[in-house]
Design a protein around this ligand. Structure first.
Ligand SMILES: *[C@@H]1O[C@H](CO)[C@@H](O)[C@H](O)[C@H]1NC(C)=O
Ligand SMILES: *[C@@H]1O[C@H](CO)[C@@H](O)[C@H](O)[C@H]1NC(C)=O
Ligand SMILES: *[C@@H]1O[C@H](CO)[C@@H](O)[C@H](O)[C@H]1NC(C)=O
Length: 228
């Protein structure tokens, strides 16, 4: 019985910390991220602040979002130009960031999640199909899809941590802006994570987990590995 209580306490603590995972409010006016290559040797929850006296307007400025980002090394046909704390050190501790996404005709941002942020999408150009899936609260083996076709000026919100996609339905390029309530929303591309991990996930786990033939697992591994 004591063990059962301990297990349920551990589970609920973990669950609560997962659902409340968002950027904390800043504890000072300015906390411009230090641009020191050595900081990679120390890990904190966010970036170190540089001395506020040394902060300047450039720390709060970024440019280059009038063009698309570097194309991804995949054949999915999309590129993302992310405006996060890595591009603008002044975003550190502010709990906000943006991205510009460009999709070629029939380009797809394949199923992914942003573990630390809700994403608010605003279409500037083209026709974009968006959607996210949510598990049934009573039955995790059931899932609901919320989807929409967006035109310029339309907006759609993806709740934090939900699996979602953006797909260009049109024969012209499409562009959308996204805002995130995190300085560093993160991205987990599901097919790459599961079929392209290093070291690879055990064959039998993927075969059983996705109810696939081993040959299909080999095929998917070949598609999603080493295309970082
Ligand atoms: C970074 O590390 C190198 C080598 O350890 C050191 O020489 C340099 O002074 C460090 N820079 C800062 C800003 O601490
Ligand atoms: C984008 O903006 C930069 C200035 O930040 C400018 O130099 C460049 O010419 C612009 N490019 C396009 C395609 O408008
Ligand atoms: C569409 O985007 C691609 C890059 O993704 C670019 O090379 C091409 O010129 C764009 N086409 C139009 C009509 O803007």
């Amino acid at each position: 019985m004591a063990l059962l209580i301990l297990i349920s306490v551990v589970f609920s603590v973990n669950f609560c910390s997962f659902v409340s995972a968002y950027d904390l409010d800043p504890l000072q006016d300015l906390c411009v991220a230090v641009q020191d290559s050595n900081q990679s040797a120390v890990f904190v929850n966010g970036r170190f602040c540089k001395d506020a006296k040394l902060a300047n307007a450039d720390d709060f400025y970024a440019s280059g979002f009038n063009v698309s980002g570097m194309p991804t090394p995949t054949n999915l046909g999309f590129s993302v130009n992310a405006l996060n704390v890595n591009r603008m050190p002044g975003l550190n501790t502010l709990g906000i960031s943006m991205a510009r996404a460009d999709l070629e005709p029939f380009g797809l941002i394949s199923p992914h999640i942003h573990p630390r942020a809700t994403e608010l999408i605003l279409v500037l150009e083209g026709t974009i199909y968006v959607g996210f899936v949510v598990p049934d609260t009573r039955n995790p083996f059931k899932s609901r899809l919320f989807d929409k076709i967006l035109h310029p000026g339309d907006a759609f919100v993806i709740p934090q941590s939900m699996v979602h996609i953006q797909y260009n339905l049109g024969t012209t390029n499409a562009t959308h802006l996204s805002s995130f309530n995190s300085q560093n929303p993160g991205v987990h591309m599901i097919s790459y994570q599961l079929f392209g991990s290093n070291p690879p996930i055990l064959d039998d786990v993927l075969v059983k987990g996705f109810q696939l033939d081993k040959k299909v697992v080999d095929h998917l591994r070949a598609q999603f590995s080493s295309k970082s």
